[in-house]
Write a protein that binds this ligand. Structure first.
Ligand code: PLP
Length: 404
């Protein structure tokens, strides 16, 4: 048998649902091997459509094909160069901001002195290294829009409900593509965000609700009335898929470079896009990885994250070990802990994840290499910091920690 490797774009196959996709991809990732795909005249035969779509959406560079029906065999995923998209180009020179947002990978992964000790190394994925919203949401906004444009969509206007970051990324991308944007913000978003959006030329609609997703039905109705497109980060599967294709593979690739694999992954829950994808990827690939979601405690509001019962799509499609509650004041404690020992100032959802880790470290229940995602930077929350610091909300009795 001669193994032929072709680029995914050279083959045609009907698309499929997310459920079919992740069932198939989960099996492929857990073996890190894939069956050979059978083709005739560049069309994937019916029985192999699921495998082809899973590989193509996962972003491998090559697909292993045979035009001899029935010819069996499996190849290692490594042969298909699955990490080619997350390795970046050393020069970091780009022909456009869209190339910048899509190709400037990986974002940094840094070991935190503030949370590491002789048994535990905590690696923070710094997602404020993106050009539009200085947050993890650039990935999602770019990928949702990219896939929409790729299918021939030409939006006249883009409407989106966002607590800040997805909106800011879509405004930037909208400006680049010459598309007008209207962002619906919840009451809890800081006032200064209105001016940032205005400076960018976007329209801002302020709602009374404290939770972003509760604005969705109104946004959909108004968009239908105005002939605007809602990419809809809450339900658009490209949200989850961008983290599977890029964020998860980046972290894996970066840790492989260090010769380690994660024992625990911790991340905040908003749409559930990034935690669900990281959990799916690492649990399938390595099996014994614990994944932990972080949500605001009952009655607390933390920018960027919300409680599971407010409705999250992808968390219910994958396995996640537990979801922990953190209060706003505890998130601040997490921010200040990192800020005063490592010298970087993460945002509030990052601070919440840090606090969850501080508790686990204090219990002595962490070992090995732990990944925590920092979705954005603390400078975005100056109004909230001002309020909380003026009120002296710092928990002076924060869990004591030894560090390297
Ligand atoms: N943290 C911040 C600052 C965010 O903006 C978001 C999402 O908007 C999240 C965390 C949650 O990410 P996800 O929507 O992938 O669950």
């Amino acid at each position: 048998m001669i193994l032929k490797l072709v680029e995914p774009a050279a083959l045609k196959a009907p698309s499929m649902t997310l459920k079919e996709y992740i069932d198939t991809l989960g099996r492929i990732i857990s073996k890190w091997r894939t069956p050979i795909i059978h083709v005739r005249n560049d069309r994937v035969l019916e029985e192999d459509v699921a495998v082809f779509n899973a590989l193509a959406e996962f972003g491998v560079r090559y697909i292993p094909v045979s035009d001899t029906p029935g010819e069996a065999g499996e190849v290692s995923l490594t042969l298909l160069d699955p990490f080619h998209e997350v390795q970046g180009n050393g020069l970091r020179v780009y022909d456009s901001v869209v190339e910048l947002v899509s190709r400037d990978t990986p974002t940094p992964l840094v070991k935190l002195r503030s949370l590491s000790n002789s048994d535990v190394r905590v690696w923070a994925k710094l997602e404020w290294y993106h050009p539009f919203s200085l947050s993890i949401k650039d990935r999602v906004a770019w990928y949702m829009l990219h896939r929409f444009l790729e299918r021939g969509g030409r939006p006249a206007k883009l409407y989106e409900a966002s607590s800040t970051n997805t909106g800011m990324a879509l405004v930037g991308l909208g400006n680049y593509h010459g598309v007008k944007t209207r962002i619906y913000l919840p009451a809890t978003t800081q006032r200064c965000v209105d001016y940032v959006f205005k400076a960018m030329g976007a329209e801002v609609v302020r709602e009374r609700t404290p939770i972003t997703i509760s604005m969705l039905s109104k946004v959909l109705v108004e968009a239908a009335r105005d002939n605007a497109v809602v990419l809809n980060q809450f339900e658009n599967d490209y949200n989850f898929l961008t983290h599977l294709r890029y964020t998860a593979k980046e972290i894996d690739y970066q840790l492989m470079g260090k010769g380690v694999k994660p024992s625990v992954v911790v991340a905040g829950l908003g749409t559930s896009g990034h935690l669900s994808a990281l959990s799916f990827y690492f649990k399938n690939k390595y099996g014994d990885v614990e994944t932990i979601g972080v949500q605001p405690a009952q009655g607390s509001s933390i920018p960027g994250i919300r409680r599971v019962e407010t409705g999250v799509k992808w968390l219910h499609m994958v396995e996640v070990d537990r979801v922990v509650d953190v209060r706003l004041e505890e998130a601040l404690t997490g921010i200040l802990h990192v800020a005063r020992i490592d010298g970087i100032l993460p945002g509030f959802s990052s601070g919440a994840a840090v606090y969850a880790l501080m508790r686990l470290l204090n219990e002595g229940s962490l070992r090995g290499d732990v990944v925590v995602v920092f979705p954005d930077h603390g400078l975005k929350y100056v109004e909230l910091l001002e309020m909380l610091l003026a009120e002296k909300c710092i928990e002076e009795s924060a869990p004591g920690l030894s560090h390297e």
